[in-house]
Design a protein around this ligand. Structure first.
Ligand SMILES: Nc1ncnc2c1ncn2[C@@H]1O[C@H](COP(=O)(O)OP(=O)(O)OP(=O)(O)O)[C@@H](O)[C@H]1O
Ligand SMILES: [Mg+2]
Length: 266
C-alpha cells in the first residue's frame, strides 16, 4: 500500500529518485538524405518520465520522435530501448519493441469513416487475438479513461476537436503501451481543452505508470506535465540542454533556453 503513495510522490516530485533509463539516445545524427537536421544528440528518458521534446518550429522535434519510435533510422548513433539497441536489432525484435509503443502523430487523425469504437478496435484486431466481445470491452474501457464513455458509435466528424484528441489518445493506449508518444497533442485546441488534455496526460501517466514522450512548444504544457526534456536548436543543429524544464527555466545559463522558457504569454 505504501507503494502507491511512494509512486505518486515520485511522479510529482522534481527530485525523482531511483531513475531507470527507458530510452537512451547516443550520439544521434538525424538527416534527410545529405541534409542534416540535428547532430550529437545525447540524452536519457527515464521510466515514468513525462519527457518534453522542445524547440522552435522546424528544429526537428517530429523527426526526433520518428527516430525514437522506429520509423526513421539514424544517419549516425544509437537509440536504446530498455538497453536494446533498436536499430541494430533483428527486425523481429524491432517489431516486438514497437508493440510496446503507443503513438499519436502530429496530424493525429482518426479514420473518418470509422466510429470511435472501430478506430480504437483497429490496433486490437490487428495485433491481438482477442475475441470480439473482449475487444469491445477494452474499447469501452479506453474511451471511459479519456472521458468519452457512451461515444462509441459516434464518427469523428460528430465530436469536437478536443474530443477527437482524446479519442486519438484512447487509440494510442489501445494496446497498453509502456511508452506513449504524442506529437503536439494540444495543437489547435482552445486553452481550456488543452489544459484538460494536459491533466489527462498527467493522470494517465500516474495511473498507468507509462513513460510519456511529448513534443510541444507550449509553455503551459511544458511546465504542467514535464519533469524532463531536451531542447533542440535549429540554428546550431544540435541540442542545447536536457533536464527538468522548470529548473532550466530558472537556472539555465544558455540564453536561447532561458528566453524560450521565459517568453511572455502571447
Ligand atoms: N520527409 C522529409 N523530407 C525532407 N525533409 C524533411 C522531411 N520531414 C521534415 N523535413 C525537414 O526537417 C526539418 C525538421 O522538421 P520537423 O518536422 O522534424 O520539425 P519540427 O520541429 O517538428 O517542426 P514543427 O514545430 O513545425 O512541427 C525541417 O527543415 C523540415 O523541412
Ligand atoms: Mg513537428
Amino acid at each position: 500500500m505504501t507503494l502507491l503513495s511512494e509512486t505518486h510522490q515520485e511522479n510529482t516530485a522534481v527530485t525523482r529518485q531511483n531513475t531507470r533509463p527507458h530510452i537512451e539516445v547516443h550520439d544521434l545524427t538525424m538527416a534527410y538524405g545529405d541534409y542534416i537536421i540535428q547532430r550529437n544528440l545525447n540524452f536519457t528518458i527515464n521510466r515514468g518520465d513525462i519527457f518534453i521534446i522542445m524547440g522552435g518550429s522546424g528544429c526537428g522535434k517530429s523527426t526526433l520522435m520518428k527516430h525514437l519510435i522506429g520509423l526513421k533510422p539514424p544517419a549516425k548513433g544509437d537509440v536504446l530501448i530498455d538497453k536494446q539497441n533498436f536499430w541494430k536489432a533483428p527486425s523481429a525484435q524491432q517489431e516486438e519493441i514497437k508493440r510496446r509503443f503507443g503513438v499519436m502523430f502530429q496530424a493525429g487523425a482518426l479514420w473518418s469513416s470509422l466510429t470511435l469504437a472501430e478506430n480504437i478496435a483497429l490496433p486490437l484486431g490487428e495485433y491481438t487475438r482477442l475475441p470480439k466481445k473482449e475487444i469491445a470491452e477494452v474499447v469501452e474501457f479506453k474511451l471511459a479513461l479519456v472521458g468519452l464513455a457512451g461515444f462509441e458509435d459516434f464518427y469523428p466528424s460528430q465530436i469536437s476537436g478536443g474530443m477527437q484528441k482524446r479519442a486519438s489518445l484512447a487509440r494510442a493506449m489501445a494496446l497498453d503501451p509502456e511508452i506513449l508518444f504524442f506529437d503536439e497533442p494540444s495543437a489547435g485546441l482552445d486553452p481550456i481543452s488543452s489544459v484538460r488534455l494536459d491533466h489527462l496526460i498527467l493522470e494517465l501517466s500516474h495511473s498507468l505508470g507509462a513513460t510519456v514522450v511529448v513534443v510541444t512548444h507550449e509553455l503551459a504544457s511544458i511546465f504542467t506535465i514535464g519533469n524532463n526534456s531536451v531542447f533542440l536548436d535549429a540554428e546550431s543543429k544540435t541540442m542545447l540542454t536536457t533536464g527538468d524544464p522548470k529548473i532550466l527555466r530558472d537556472e539555465s545559463h544558455i540564453p536561447q533556453v532561458r528566453s524560450f522558457l521565459n517568453r511572455g504569454e502571447i
